[in-house]
Write a new protein. Structure first.
Length: 531
């Protein structure tokens, strides 16, 4: 072969490869993509054939093809398949959620060991599709993919601003398209109680309502004078949990305790230390002093009753108990609480919180469930108003408890892992979506790694994943919510799915410019300047 012919062949192959990569940009980036030459084209009709038990995933693909590409998609076992969805137990040795996606002249095949992998393969397929006139076009390729972490989470705080069932469903759709698989639902706090507990109806009759809301940020001194209310019935919860499960998203409810309890105490004053009647809080920030009286057996019974109603509603049987930012003033000033600590040889209020948390972790475990809480549940003191107290508790968290790291020195992650607990990393400076884009630009979001630098190799498996979080104090409506979430959630999706060596911010930006054209993944809001 002449040198000129060789050069022409190399240049031709290089051009095909570059073209193929630009046409097959996927978020989160797959672990391996091999490109073939040529394309697969479909007409107006697409036939989907699936293994038994994959009708949910096939139906999601069918609906997306119809709604987004106006394709006459159908699920028909007897016809020739354009798309084949198949369970292949040979892939069971790979991490949960792994899949293989092949596009060749015969059609598209997606293989996985379980339904979640098929679902993720479908999401990748939907991203590489492009429409040219009346045809759907796919670059020929072979994708082998699996998630780097099994916990890929987003948190929505609705205690501060209630959004409602349809908004949550829409958000779940968009999170599923990015292969996120955990929805952490912050349902109670000082400013509102958002979930029906049938044994205690006043939690929603009183606790879900506040008569005004602070405006002007944490230091604001004005209030809008507009009542705010809203809560989910248990039937609503069941409906949303089922909706999420079809998108392979696990919902984790958070019920704050022993602090951030103003809305609950406003509903039932006997839950508090003072017994005084109070209102649901209208102001934000961490300076809330009303906390549960955990020295009172009746209050502990209330908390156990709430957990008993939560566990059947959330099939994952993981309950988030908060545990952060507890101010001990009322415990310190209460003769009842002080006598309890003295009689039980509890050194101080930090020990009282640890004892309460540890006992609750065992109660939850005995119910067949698992507890998770912010990293204060380990006894770590990450707030300046707690630093004078020394934790000396004898009891320990139940084995199996999850610890969500949000604040403090990163060495606390290593300490928690060394004690045998799994960790979800959501370090606030890197993951809080309510932060402005100046504080948390897109590239910083993209650079987050749930495994902190320097963590010993033998402890890395204790980091089960990461979470990005949206606190809603300054997020009163849907547009402001989505403006803070997108496009940063795409960066976190890749942080949690793609191995660090396969990440590339420039490639990510190129893929993002394509994906933002799809309104089913990204809302049609003005977020182009959010970088």
């Amino acid at each position: 072969m002449k040198k000129s012919h060789i050069l022409l062949f190399v240049l031709s192959f290089f051009c095909v490869s570059v073209f193929a990569q630009e046409k097959a940009l996927i978020i989160p980036a797959p672990q391996s993509v091999k490109y073939g030459e040529g394309e697969l084209k479909w007409g107006k009709s697409v036939n989907i054939v699936c293994s038994p038990g994959l009708l949910n995933e096939a139906s999601i693909l069918k609906d997306c093809l119809l709604n987004e590409y106006k394709s006459n998609a159908s699920i028909n076992k007897k016809s020739r398949a354009n798309v084949m969805l198949s369970i292949d137990k040979k892939l069971a040795s790979k991490p949960a959620g792994a899949y293989e996606l092949t596009v060749d002249s015969k059609g598209v095949k997606i293989l996985a060991a379980e339904n979640s992998g098929i679902y993720y393969g479908v999401q990748s397929l939907l991203q590489i599709l492009r429409k040219e006139k009346d045809a759907l076009v796919l670059q020929k390729m072979a994708v082998e993919d699996y998630p780097a972490f099994q916990w890929r989470s987003f948190m929505l705080d609705e205690s501060r601003h209630f959004k409602g069932k349809e908004v949550v469903k829409d958000l779940l759709d968009r999170l599923g398209r990015q292969k996120m698989n955990v929805f952490h639902w912050h349902l109670t706090d000082d400013q509102g109680w958002r979930i029906e507990i049938k044994k205690y109806p006043k939690l929603t009759e009183i606790g879900s309502y506040r008569d005004s809301t602070q405006i002007g940020g944490y230091l604001g001194t004005k209030y809008d004078g507009v009542p705010h209310r809203g809560f989910y019935t248990q039937e609503d919860i069941k409906e949303i949990v089922e909706y999420a499960s079809k998108r392979h998203i696990t919902i984790i409810p958070e019920i704050e305790m022993p602090g951030h309890a103003t809305a609950a105490i406003a509903s039932y004053p006997w839950l508090g230390v003072t017994g005084d009647s109070i209102k649901v809080s209208c102001f934000f920030g961490s300076k809330h002093y009303d906390i549960y009286n955990v020295a009172d057996p009746k209050v502990l019974g209330f908390i156990e009753d709430v957990v008993d109603e939560l566990i059947p509603l959330f099939p994952a049987h993981i309950i988030h108990i908060g545990g952060d930012e507890v101010r001990y003033d009322q415990w310190e000033q209460s003769a009842f609480v002080q006598d309890y600590m003295k009689n039980n040889r509890i050194a101080g209020p930090s020990d009282l919180q640890v004892q309460f948390t540890n006992n609750l972790s065992r109660f939850i475990k005995d119910k067949g469930a698992r507890m998770i809480g912010w990293n204060e549940i380990t006894g770590a003191k990450v707030n300046d108003y707690q630093l004078t107290d020394t934790t000396n508790a004898n009891s320990k968290l139940a084995q199996g408890t999850l610890v969500q790291f949000w604040k403090g020195d990163l060495s606390l992650i290593q300490k928690t892992a060394e004690e045998g607990y799994d960790v979800v990393n959501s370090f606030h400076a890197s993951t809080y979506l309510d932060y402005t884009y100046e504080m948390l630009p897109l590239e910083k979001s993209y650079s987050f790694n749930p495994i902190p630098e320097g963590l010993p190799e033998n402890l890395k498996s204790k980091i089960v994943g990461g979470e990005c979080l949206l606190w809603s104090e300054e997020i009163p409506d849907v547009q402001s919510m989505y403006n803070q979430i997108f496009p940063r959630v795409a960066a976190y999706a890749e942080d949690f799915w793609t191995l660090p060596q396969n990440k590339d911010f420039k490639r990510f930006e190129s893929a993002l410019s394509q994906l933002k054209k799809n309104a089913a993944i990204y809302p049609s809001l003005i977020w182009e300047n959010n970088k």
